[in-house]
Design a protein around this ligand. Structure first.
Ligand code: DGL
Length: 259
């Protein structure tokens, strides 16, 4: 099916997921919506996150998207049940990868870095209870990180300092796996690799989301049969320079849209 895959996030972070989708599904067209004017979602109420997720979904539905990837842990954990129940396309979500971390940890202690909105959600609690039995889950809000990444500060002194202040207490509790529970955080991996001791495993679910997207397209006979590269359209409602830098693809069309 020729129609595009729709992807949305509170801002630029979901481009980390878009990159995995592009790699795994090179013939698919994509439309990405960055609601940067309303970032961060993580500090908003569940009702606000739901309202924004509905608005983003309706925009992507108007663009005739055949499947929607909620490339935001905060929106997934607070809104995906509602979206699935009310819109007639498949939805793929992302939530902190507790299960793979619980399977890998040797110290039986895992760290989760995520937004307040994700950590306080019912879905996160249910997943924790289901997959982390007998494991200590050290939760840490990444307050302020999304704002720094939205302004392009993926490697600044301020970002490093803030990240260190979040990581140290988790290391003190002897975690050996760190789950990146926000789609903005993969852009901090170079900094994290520099900061973290070598025995800490970083866990990020971007590739798993792309794999799931492919599987659902296949099951629903929605794959694009074209054998040329996909077309990539990006919309943002706040300055597009940071988005352009992170997308880093000459073929992508990146537009400002007042929505
Ligand atoms: N990328 C979003 C997430 O995965 C960021 C949330 C926010 O805007 O606070 O949670």
């Amino acid at each position: 099916m020729q129609a595009p895959i729709g992807i949305f996030d509170s801002g630029v972070g979901g481009t980390s997921i878009w990159k995995e989708i592009k790699k795994m599904l090179p013939h698919e067209d994509t439309i990405y919506l960055a609601d940067s004017a309303n970032a961060p979602y993580g500090e908003k109420s569940k009702a606000e996150i739901l309202q924004l997720s509905i608005k983003n979904t309706e925009f992507l539905m108007e663009q005739n998207c055949k499947l929607i990837v909620v490339a935001c842990n905060t929106a997934t954990t607070n809104a995906i049940d509602y979206l699935r129940a009310n819109y007639d396309v498949p939805f793929i979500g992302i939530e902190p990868a507790i299960k793979p971390a619980a399977l890998q940890t040797k110290t039986k202690k895992i760290g989760i870095l995520a937004t307040k909105g994700t950590l306080s959600s019912g879905l996160f609690h249910n997943t924790s209870k289901l997959f982390a039995e007998g494991i200590t889950v050290v939760e840490q809000e990444g307050k302020g990180l999304v704002e720094l990444i939205e302004t392009g500060q993926i490697n600044s002194i301020v970002t490093r300092g803030l990240l260190l202040s979040f990581i140290r207490p988790m290391l003190d509790q002897n975690i050996d796996c760190l789950v990146l529970g926000c789609t903005h955080y993969p852009y901090l991996i170079p900094l994290l690799n520099d900061i973290l001791p070598k025995h800490i495993t970083l866990i990020d679910s971007g590739e798993a989301v792309a794999r799931q997207t492919k599987a659902i397209l296949e099951t629903n006979s929605l794959l694009n049969s074209q054998d040329i590269d996909g077309e990539y359209l990006f919309y943002s409602n706040k300055g597009i320079e940071v988005l352009r830098n992170l997308v880093d693809d000459d073929k992508a069309e990146i537009l400002y849209l007042d929505f």
